[in-house]
Write a protein that binds this ligand. Structure first.
Ligand code: F6R
Length: 604
């Protein structure tokens, strides 16, 4: 939520900041702005897209500046509320991501001292707090300012009186240093500067950094300089490009044969018949675990629900899934439970809060995340990286399937440790897992069939998705994908639940997408389809290639391949993703940036 960038170096800051903001705009796109030191401090901000700012900025030679793309929390979407925010003398500019909880009181005090405010935001108080104590040393002033602030923040600031220098500080909001040659960066995430450098330093809460073109200084809360490890990012810059696809979401759906393969990379060995995780994770999985609690939000929560079915099917450990924002206040906890937090960004505020809560109560904690160095990786006792590559589209796609892959590996690993799985069975599972990228490619090649169905759905007012067993969370995810990018109302249900209420909503204008697999639930879901058809609603089945019966039941059928019943949920998910994508595309929706949403939800 909100993307921030700071640049100091030898290039024109204008170009770097705009370029980086375009990579960050999935974090918010209500307004954008930049401040560049070009002799004096020059500020440009506009509501809406970054292109609106771009049009307004003249060519500037300045090589130091900060930029921001906003997801509005405090104060409406107006030019005044857009960042950067300025000190009264307009010499200091700040950009902020997070929430200043005590800003009302701070604002009153500052007003009494004569500070003039121009926005309704919480962030503007930061500029004035710094201004209030500034005596020519930005880091000193920021140290003094943050002492007064309660809340979460990543702040990046520049002062016209100290050109060639940027100061950043973080508390519960992400901030990472990009290390270049004769240039350095500060940003909410790595993709912002990946075009320029793959060398990074991750800041911890409370740390403040001062960067110039040729130096990086990091200080802890006691103002003591600390040494930071430089890390190399393996993500490729081209991973964060559309590569000829009209939208990031479509590109990321098509990335899945690779990202699924990468989720297995370095973890499975058919030769040795093993599944291996990093040492801290191995230690966690080998410890005494009486129960597993999975905490997550949104799509990651639905991956967690899939994980529940997988882990309970293969082990004797009960799994409880909890929405992170609920677990935080109401979840049960104990020392012999393992809490698995799933968060692709590693920065979702509710999930981080749940994780901290779990640690406080003595539970062991494990994180599944896509982002190395993210806050979640630094809180938990162990973490597993999804290895999906950057995901830019706001709607999660490839990271969902990777999370499922990792959860399945966890299930198999525990089963091995519990001696519930023999080596032949493991070999068989691993063999079929490796076939999944091929099945996904197969689905991608059938996208024309999916487009044909999308045409049937595009004018619907409401669409239901149903499934049984592991297909139930998939129906939730299918509905979420459709509603968030096409703005069509959609709901997912456990198929058996329809007759307990939702049936009342069914009409001939309510299409129902039924996920049908030839397992122990097959007869039951066919019966459910019959009940739905009796109410006149059209049924679109997503069914296996080998299912010859389904055509007699459903009005339309979309097919997916299975060579075994190892994770058919993966190709099914790709069908659901493509269906949502094509419906939204036909409705000309802004697919990569759905209204009111942001990719990384760093506020509770
Ligand atoms: C939906 C979507 C969101 C995220 C949720 C959690 O397509 O992307 O529901 O899944 O905001 O985000 P992470 O996984 O980063 O914690």
């Amino acid at each position: 939520m909100c993307g921030i960038i700071g640049y100091v170096g030898f290039r024109e800051a204008r170009t770097v900041l705009l370029e980086s903001l375009k990579r960050l705009d999935y974090r918010g796109y209500d307004s954008a702005g930049v401040a560049i030191i070009d002799k004096n401090l020059k500020v440009y901000k506009e509501i809406g897209e970054i292109a609106n700012v771009e049009k307004k900025i003249p060519q500037l030679k300045g090589t130091t500046g900060v930029g921001h793309t906003r997801w509005a929390t405090h104060g409406g979407v107006t030019k005044e509320n857009a960042h950067p925010h300025l000190s009264c003398d307009k010499k200091i500019a700040i950009v902020h991501n997070g929430i200043i909880e005590n800003y009302t009181k701070l604002k009153e005090d500052l007003k009494k001292k004569g500070h003039r405010f121009v926005s309704q935001t919480d962030s503007e108080v930061i500029a004035h707090l710094i201004d209030d104590v500034y005596k020519g040393n930005l880091e000193e002033a920021i140290f003094a300012a943050i002492k007064k602030i309660k809340g979460s923040y990543a702040i990046v600031a520049v002062s016209q009186d100290e050109p060639g220098k940027i100061v950043g500080v973080r508390n519960e909001s992400p901030l990472v240093i990009g290390v270049g040659d004769s240039e350095n960066f500060l940003a909410s995430d790595i993709t912002a500067f990946l075009k320029y450098t793959d060398r990074v330093m991750f800041l911890n809460d409370g740390e403040l950094c001062v960067i110039t073109a040729n130096s990086i200084k990091v200080l802890n809360t006691n103002k003591k300089q600390i040494k930071k490890k430089e890390e190399l990012i393996t993500w490729d810059f081209t991973d964060a490009e559309k590569s000829g696809f009209p939208h990031f979401m479509l590109k990321e759906i098509y990335d899945q044969p690779d990202s699924i393969h990468h989720a297995l990379r370095g973890r499975i060995s058919e030769m040795e018949e093993t599944i291996t995780f990093p040492e801290p994770v191995e230690k966690l999985l080998k410890s005494e675990i009486n129960s597993i609690h999975i905490v997550a939000c949104g799509t990651s929560f639905y991956a967690g629900l899939v994980g529940k079915y997988l882990i309970e099917q293969h082990t004797n450990i009960p799994v409880f899934t909890e929405i992170a924002s609920e677990y935080r206040y109401f979840g049960t906890r104990n020392e012999s439970s393992l809490v698995i937090a799933i968060t692709q960004s590693g920065e979702t505020a509710d999930t981080l809060a749940a994780l901290r809560e779990a640690q406080l109560s003595g539970s062991k904690t494990l994180v599944i995340t896509n982002v190395i160095g993210s806050t979640a990786t630094r809180i938990a006792d162990g973490y597993i990286l999804q290895q999906s590559g950057p995901e830019i589209g706001v709607a999660a796609t490839k990271t969902f399937t990777s999370q499922i892959m990792v959860l399945f590996l966890i299930a198999l690993k525990i089963a091995l440790l519990q001696k519930k799985l023999g080596s032949d069975e493991l070999y068989n599972y691993l063999f079929h897992l490796k076939a999944l990228p091929r099945h996904v490619r197969d689905v991608l090649e059938r996208s024309n069939d999916i487009i044909a169905i999308a045409k049937q759905l595009k004018d619907a007012k409401s669409v239901f998705f149903i499934g049984r067993g592991i297909n139930y969370p998939l129906s939730l995810e299918g509905a979420l994908k459709l509603k968030e990018i096409s703005y069509i109302h959609a709901e997912g249900f456990a198929a058996g639940e329809l007759k307990h209420g939702p049936f009342a909503l069914l009409t001939k204008d309510t299409p129902v997408v039924a996920i049908v697999t030839q397992d122990e639930t097959y007869e039951k879901i066919l019966a459910n389809i019959g009940e739905i058809k009796a109410r006149g609603s059209p049924v679109i089945a997503i069914a296996e290639d080998k299912d010859t019966e389904i055509e007699n039941h459903a009005d339309f059928v979309l097919r997916f391949p299975v060579s075994s019943h190892v994770l058919p949920c993966i190709p099914i998910t790709v069908v659901l993703q493509l269906l949502a994508y094509h419906v939204a595309d036909l409705r000309k929706c802004p697919i990569d940036k759905p209204r009111n949403l942001a990719k990384s939800v760093t506020v509770e």
